[in-house]
Design a protein around this ligand. Structure first.
Ligand code: ADP
Ligand code: MG
Length: 679
C-alpha cells in the first residue's frame, strides 16, 4: 500500500507525464493526480453493440467485427499511401481503408479477428470504413465498451490522456474515503474508487449514474461543510456582537411613507440579530425598487441609538453619494452625524473624516470599499451594510472582525437569484426576502423593438418628456473602448437633435468623478432631462421622476442585467416604460426580450436566466473538465444539493466520522483558486 500514489501528489508522478506535458497540463489547471482524475469525460462513445456488417447504417458510427482476409497497399502519385483491408463476418465482406499508415501492413495479420469502430460509407456496392479505430478483441486497445471522450487539451492526444487516467486509477489511492459511514449509508453512496473508475470508464449507464451521483454529492457536501466551518471560525473569533435593545419606532414614524409588510418583517429579523451576541450575517433579497435602503437605514439607526457606529458600502461612488445624501436628510431630525468616505477625497478632507470616524464624532460612515481599508479606524463599529453586492466575502468579513468588537454584517443583494443558487453562494448567511412592493406602484410596461420599429420607442420617450418626466437612454457597450465611445457619441448626437427642447447629458466611464456626480445631480433636479449613459449607472440609482428607459442593443445584456436596468424606472406611483431595442434575431436575444416583456418579477426572471444560460442537456455529460468543481454549475442538481445541505447541517451537529480535515484542505486550496470569491 505504501508505494501507492496519493491524490495530492504531483501529476508528474504518473508514468509518461514529464517536462513539456506537465506544463501543458498545468496550463489546463491539472497539477495533482486529483486534478487529473477530476477532469471528467465530456461525453462517451457507446461501443458496446457489435452489429453484423451488413446491418451497419451508412454515415453512422458502428462497431463491427470480422476476420481479415487480405490487404492491399496502394499509393496515388506516391502521395497518400493507402492500406486497404478486406474483412468478412458472417453477414458480408467489407473493407477498411487507412491513409498515411503504411506500417499497418506489418502489424495487421491476415486470418486474425479485428474489432472496428467508425463511420461506414457505401462505395461501389462495398461497405467501407475509412480510418476506423481497429484493434484485436481482448487486447489493450480493444475498441469495445463505453469509451470516454475528454475535452481537448491542445498538445495532448486523447489516447495519451486516457492512458494517464487509467494509470492514475490503477496506481493512486482512489479508494480512500472521507465521507462518514452514516452519510454513506443514508445516501447509498458508492465508494470513491468505484465512482472515479466508473465516471471515466463506466461499464454501464447504471454505473455511470451511481458514480455521478457520488461525485456531485461529494463536491457539494464538501462545499456546504466548508462554508459552515468558515462561519463557525469567524463567529468564534468574534466577540459579543450584541447591541442594546432600543426601539426604533420614532424613526419608522418619521418616514414619509408606510413601510410594506415585507420591509417590516425584515426589519424585525434584523433587530433580532442585532441584539443577539452572535454576529449577524444576513442577506436581504428583494426585487429592484422594493425599498431595501430604508431597511438598512432602520438597522443603522438602531446601532446609533445604542451609541455605536454603522458603515454602509456601495459599489460605486455615485451610489455612495446618493446614499449619503439620503441618509443625511433622513437622519438630520435625529441629530445623527453621517459622513462620506470615498477614495478621491482631498487629503485634508480625508484626514478630517478619518479623525471623526476614529473619535466617534461620526455615527454613520457611507462610502465605497474605502470604508474598510486598513487606515480607517472606527471608534466603535457595530454594523456594516453592503448595498447592491452579490456577496460579502469571507476575507472581507475577516477584515471586519479585526475592525471592532463583534461586527454585524448586512448584505443587500443586487439581483434576486434562484433559491438553490442562493443556498450555495450565500450558504453561510441568514436570508430575508422582501416580496412586497411599495403601495401604488404600477407595473412597468416593457416592449421590445427592433431596427424597423425603433422610432416607436423614441415616441414614448417624447411623450414622457412632454409630461415633465425624465428619461434614461442606455447606450451599447462595444468591445473596444474607443469604438464604444464613438458609438455612444453618435447616439448622443442623435438624441440631442431629436429632442432640441430638452436637455440631454452624456454619462460614461471616462468622465471624472466630479463631472459624473454633477450630471447625476442635474438629472435628479430636472436640469437635465435625458441621461444618455453607458452601464456605469446600472445598479441602485434612485431617481423617482425617471419614467422611461430605452436600452439600445439590448441583445448584449443578460436578463438579470436588463432587469436591473429596468428597475431604474417605476420608482414612484407614475406609469413607467422600458423599451428594449434589439438588433439581433438570434434565438437567445429574442427569448430574453420576450421574457422581459412577460415577466416583471425579479425572482422569476432569475430562474429563467439560469435556465437560458445554463449548458442545456446535462444528462449523459457531466460538467466538463475542471468545471466538475464549479460549484455554481453543480447547483443545477437541485435534489443532490438539497441532500448535501441537509447532511452538512447534521454532520456539523453530530459528527459521523466525516473527515473535516479533508474539508479544511479544500478550503485552503479554494482560497487560492477561482472559488475564493465564493468561499
Ligand atoms: P431598492 O430596493 O431597489 O434599493 P430603494 O431602497 O432605492 O429600492 O427604494 C426605491 C424607492 O422607493 C425610493 O425612492 C424609496 O424612497 C421608495 N420607498 C421605499 N419604501 C417605500 C414604501 N414603503 N412606500 C413608498 N415608497 C417607498
Ligand atoms: Mg438599492
Amino acid at each position: 500500500m505504501s508505494d501507492r500514489l496519493r491524490l495530492s501528489d504531483d501529476v508528474s508522478r504518473i508514468k509518461g507525464i514529464g517536462g513539456k506535458k506537465k506544463e501543458t497540463l498545468a496550463a489546463a489547471g491539472i497539477n495533482t493526480i486529483d486534478d487529473l482524475l477530476a477532469y471528467y469525460p465530456v461525453r462517451y462513445k457507446d461501443r458496446r453493440n457489435l452489429v453484423p456488417a451488413a446491418r451497419a447504417q451508412e454515415d453512422r458510427d458502428s462497431l463491427v467485427c470480422g476476420e481479415l482476409i487480405r490487404m492491399n497497399v496502394r499509393s496515388f502519385g506516391g502521395r497518400r499511401p493507402m492500406v486497404e483491408c478486406v474483412l468478412k463476418d458472417e453477414s458480408t465482406v467489407f473493407s477498411a481503408v487507412f491513409f498515411n499508415m503504411p506500417y499497418l501492413r506489418k502489424t495487421l495479420k491476415t486470418g486474425a479477428k479485428y474489432v472496428l469502430f467508425g463511420r461506414m460509407r457505401m462505395r461501389n456496392g462495398m461497405r467501407v470504413w475509412t480510418n476506423p479505430e481497429m484493434s484485436q478483441p481482448g487486447s489493450d486497445r480493444d475498441a469495445r465498451g463505453i469509451i470516454p471522450v475528454y475535452r481537448n487539451i491542445p498538445g495532448i492526444t486523447g489516447t495519451n490522456f486516457t492512458k494517464w487516467i487509467r494509470t492514475a486509477l490503477e496506481t493512486a489511492d482512489v479508494d480512500e474515503d472521507w465521507i462518514g459511514s452514516r452519510t454513506t449509508a443514508d445516501r447509498r453512496l458508492c465508494g470513491r474508487g468505484f465512482a472515479l473508475r466508473s465516471i471515466h470508464f463506466p461499464e454501464s449507464e447504471q454505473h455511470y449514474k451511481t458514480a455521478r451521483y457520488r461525485l456531485v454529492y461529494e463536491q457539494l457536501l464538501m462545499y456546504q461543510l466548508a462554508i459552515r466551518m468558515s462561519r463557525q471560525k469567524i463567529e468564534s473569533a468574534s466577540e459579543d456582537a450584541s447591541i442594546e435593545p432600543k426601539p426604533i419606532d420614532d424613526f419608522i414614524d418619521s418616514l414619509p411613507f408606510t413601510l410594506t409588510d415585507g420591509q417590516l418583517s425584515c426589519i424585525r429579523e434584523i433587530e433580532g440579530d442585532l441584539i443577539s451576541p452572535r454576529p449577524m450575517n444576513r442577506l436581504v433579497q428583494g426585487d429592484v425598487g422594493c425599498g431595501k435602503t430604508v431597511v438598512a437605514e432602520a438597522a443603522m439607526y438602531k446601532c446609533v441609538l445604542s451609541g455605536r457606529q454603522a458603515a454602509m458600502m456601495a459599489p460605486t461612488e455615485i451610489l455612495a453619494r446618493q446614499h449619503y445624501e439620503r441618509l443625511r436628510a433622513d437622519f438630520a431630525p435625529f441629530g445623527i452625524k453621517v459622513c462620506l468616505l470615498i477614495s478621491g477625497m482631498k487629503a485634508a478632507e480625508r484626514r478630517e473624516t478619518l479623525e471623526e470616524i476614529a473619535t466617534g464624532a461620526a455615527d454613520i460612515i457611507v462610502g465605497t470599499h474605502a470604508v474598510i481599508q486598513k487606515d480607517v479606524e472606527f471608534s466603535d463599529l457595530a454594523l456594516v451594510v453592503t448595498d447592491e453586492q452579490h456577496r460579502f466575502g469571507v476575507n472581507q468579513r475577516k477584515t471586519l472582525v479585526r475592525k471592532g468588537r463583534g461586527v454585524n454584517v448586512l448584505v443587500m443583494s443586487a439581483t434576486p437569484i434562484p433559491r438553490t443558487m442562493a443556498a450555495t453562494v450565500f450558504g453561510d448567511m441568514d436570508f430575508s426576502i422582501i416580496r412586497s412592493r411599495p403601495e401604488g406602484r404600477r407595473e412597468i410596461i416593457t416592449r421590445a423593438f427592433d431596427r424597423t420599429s425603433r422610432e416607436r420607442a423614441y415616441r414614448i420617450v417624447r411623450d414622457e418628456l412632454d409630461k415633465g418626466n425624465l428619461a434614461y437612454i442606455i447606450a451599447p457597450s462595444i468591445d473596444s473602448e474607443d469604438e464604444d465611445l464613438s458609438s455612444v457619441m453618435q447616439l448622443f448626437e442623435e438624441i440631442r437633435q431629436r429632442y432640441p427642447g430638452h436637455k440631454a447629458e452624456l454619462l460614461h466611464g471616462r468622465l471624472g468623478k466630479e463631472e459624473k456626480e454633477s450630471i447625476m445631480e442635474d438629472f435628479r433636479s430636472h436640469k437635465v432631462h435625458i441621461l444618455v449613459a453607458t452601464v456605469v449607472i446600472e445598479v441602485g440609482i434612485d431617481v423617482p421622476d425617471a419614467t422611461v428607459i430605452v436600452i439600445e442593443n439590448s441583445e448584449r445584456f443578460g436578463l438579470a442585467q436588463l432587469h436591473q436596468l429596468r428597475g431604474r424606472v417605476g420608482r414612484s406611483a407614475k406609469q413607467s416604460y422600458c423599451c428594449l431595442i434589439n438588433y439581433s434575431r438570434s434565438e437567445s436575444a429574442v427569448a430574453r426580450a420576450k421574457a422581459m416583456a412577460e415577466i416583471s418579477d425579479g425572482f422569476e426572471i432569475s430562474e429563467v436566466d439560469y435556465k437560458l444560460r445554463g449548458p442545456g442537456d446535462v444528462m449523459g455529460t457531466m460538467q466538463s473538465g475542471n468545471y466538475s468543481r464549479d460549484i455554481l454549475a453543480l447547483c443545477r442538481y437541485t435534489d443532490i444539493l438539497e441532500a448535501a445541505i441537509q447532511d452538512a447541517d447534521r454532520i456539523m451537529e453530530e459528527p459521523d466520522g466525516t473527515d473535516l480535515r479533508h474539508v479544511e484542505e479544500y478550503m485552503l486550496s479554494a482560497a487560492e483558486s477561482d472559488n475564493s470569491d465564493i468561499l
